[in-house]
Design a protein around this ligand. Structure first.
Ligand SMILES: [Ca+2]
Length: 84
């Protein structure tokens, strides 16, 4: 192998390693977001939304969100039998 070939391979290897590092970082960031309880993209939140969406009217039409539901139950004047 000539010096030139060696440096080409070295550069190629560095580029591949760099690409893998970028992809790994993006995947880790996406995974972190999917389990972040404060993110609306987390697995739990989107899972609850998908289930609530189907349960509220039987259709998958994004009609339900956990945030909206929490707002409703905490802001509606629902009579819970509690004297206020
Ligand atoms: Ca729905």
């Amino acid at each position: 192998m000539s010096d030139k070939q060696f440096y080409i391979l070295l550069g190629l290897g560095a580029f591949v390693a760099y690409s893998i590092a970028i992809k790994a970082k993006a995947a880790a960031s996406s995974l972190a977001e999917s389990v972040d309880p404060t993110s609306s993209n987390n697995i739990f939140y989107s899972g609850v939304n998908a289930i609530g969406d189907l349960l509220d009217d039987g259709q998958s039409d994004d009609s339900f969100s956990l945030g909206g539901w929490l707002y409703d139950i905490t802001h509606d004047d629902i009579d819970l039998g509690v004297v206020q």
